[in-house]
Design a protein around this ligand. Sequence first.
Ligand code: H2U
Ligand code: ZN
Length: 338
Amino acid sequence: MFDWKQDPHRRLNPLTGEWVLVSPHRTQRPWQGQVEESARAPQPEYDPSCYLCPGNERAGGARNPRYTSTFVFDNDFAALRPDTPPDRFDQDGLLVAQGEPGICRVVCFSPRHDLTIAHMEPADLRRVVDTWAGQYRELGARESIRYVQIFENRGAMMGCSNAHPHCQIWSNSHLPNEVSKEQASQLAWREARARCLICDYAALEAARRERLVEENASWMVVVPFWAVWPFETMVMPRRHVAAIDALDDAERDGLADILKRLTARYDRLFATPFPYSMGFHQSPTDGDAHPEWHLHLHFHPPLLRSATVRKFLVGYELLAAPQRDLTPEAAAERLRSA
Ligand code: H2U
Ligand code: ZN
């Protein structure tokens, strides 16, 4: 048997069926990451030039109300439109295209321009969780909406266009690629073993603990065994729940708590507001029951060694397979001690 702290090996992601190459021997050299103090000026509570602050005019010309809690609006530059004809074009199976109706929204977490998830009050974060659940249910109830993708880009490094803490929701008619892979894997697991893939995985990680980063009564955070990004994490409810609207009161508070603690831990790791893309994966809203689905979130942060040294997915990764040096176990250890 190879030594997975030393020997190059590949690991399977059972949720996608894809492999990641791990080269731990390359990190045997001593840690050289410097910790740079963030030079960024603190954000003001209200920014008169912000498109998302209460009472301000947006880039699209609309004016935000003087909102006092979580605020949702239709994206002024939406990638999807509800009235798109769903027709399909297919020439010899080579030129295949389809009209994709959908709805895109923006969710401002709170009126405060300066409060990221890590700094919000638990009660205010709970309102964000309830808003996510409400949006999932409302959008998902529409005939043409079969998947609701809730995600947050944080930090300029991840393409976030505005410092005001917010997330986006893109909802549409077809399962997006990543969701489609997870759907197939969870369904196959359930058919083969009559159990849930993520329930089984969560139980295994709760017992082994080496990749565990955070936990509370209802949620766990791990660096998944098959992580691609250096400090990638997966956030899972302990109970088998297919979608966010099925979380009970305690689980919603638990989600607010775990997100606050995880993002604060990320911020501490390199003493910088940690950039990431995060989002939910959950049951499609196509009218079927989907008992195979287990709600979860993925955090994909780009940073590797410091506030400025990031990992790029280039070269071998673009052409062959994702690769990492730092093992997921070592990343979890570093996050636990941050
Ligand atoms: P990021 O989450 O990547 O920063 O994107 C912000 C979204 O907000 C983006 O999709 C929308 C953009 O279209 N937006 C508006 O709808 N109105 C505005 O006035 C500014 C930005
Ligand atoms: Zn703002």
